[in-house]
Ligand binder design. Sequence first.
Ligand code: ADP
Length: 462
Amino acid sequence: MIAFDLPTAYFIAGILYVVMPITVGLLLRKDSTGTVLPWCAGGVVFGMSLVLLGSRKHLPYWASYPLANGLLFAGTALRATALRLALGRPLHKRWLALACVAFVGVYESLNAVSPIARFIWGSGVASATLIWLGFLAKDVHRRDQSFSAIWVSRVYLALGGVLALRALIAATGWEDPDVLSLNPLSVLMVLFGVLAAIVGNLGFMGIFLERLSRTNLEQATQQARQEEAARLGDQIAQLDRRRSVGEIAASLAHELSQPLTNIYLIADRLGMALEKTGDASLAQYLSDIHRNTQKAGDILGRIRAFIRSKETVFERVALGQVISDVTALINDLANNESVRLEVTLPAQNVWVRGDPVQLSQILMNVCRNAIQATQGQSERWLHLRVWRADGMACVEITDNGPGMQPEVLASVSTPFFSTKPDGLGVGLSISKSIAKHHGGTLSIGNHPDGGAVVVLQLPSID
Ligand code: ADP
């Protein structure tokens, strides 16, 4: 059987401690946080101390005792410096150097007192520093929710604990005050030391990489937020411009209604005067002025009602009336765009309970979309159909546009979704919420024969 040789084990652990941090340092050489250098340097220094401890038999006193113990302390302290830096609480280099000198100074002066006191001091301080390192790693875990940091913490707390126990046992006189005296605790210490070399270095790399990916994620999220804010800002600005135009249109409608009323009254008076002279041809012209003025007044009245209305007023509404209000408003647009507007109403009026202006708003949005969608077709049409079935009043609007691609259909009523260069993308989402507020639904889809189909369903009343 091959006996467990403690100096050889220390030597191997030391080499591992030197090689692993160098590898980690090379892998993370692009580090800009400044934490990799003290961590890896700490590992190399700690490894060198183990090599010196393992070669104690062949080395002079100063190298294998004060220097080896000093390096053990300095290596751990350097690693603690790295974690403090990672936590944003850097340690002053001067204090660190002073602590190392003080440690070796006390170590040397205790040598004159007794080897036990020297051993307890060396092991005790080393174990306290390792436990401190373990708690610092725990802080990193707490702050970053880092899975790797918790393992670094566990392995250093365990190593520090075993070293403290070893110092305690030496203090009681049960074991020799020498790290190289073969006993179960010394073996355990070497094993934990090797474990700490592996887990500590891999764990540090893990902390570093986790942080890097988190920083990248945060940067990407921040960039997405900034882009979204800029996009929303543009859209709000556009919405504001449209609101101003809406206000101008409202005041224009108000201003125009006065002269229109005057024209109406003048035409009325002229008509009465002409009745006396009996000129039939002029009377016909006057009746035309009369009719057109009335029509213009009606249109202005509808525009004002549409723009002005702020509060929802639920009343008994005939869907036929809502449709004729909407078609009167969009007739001109449809004519200019050469879109044929077809309306199919049932013989009996279909009644619902709702706000006529809000219901007009839904149909206005859907019709405007349909008119825009048919652009580019040789013949353009849009069809509105009303019917009543199973207690529901239905309005279906179909068009002969290209319909919607699946990805458009999936997000069509999401606020601010638009495929148009100047689109706000709020029309359909607002329409949907109005329909919901009225106890109904607004469904958007593609017609089997092509084009889009939008169906508004509302509870009907008698
Ligand atoms: P906007 O008209 O400002 O884009 P909407 O909410 O009214 O906002 O419409 C959202 C999107 O739905 C439109 O950009 C368009 O891509 C799609 N859409 C709406 N109606 C139709 C339709 N009849 N045919 C094809 N696509 C449509």
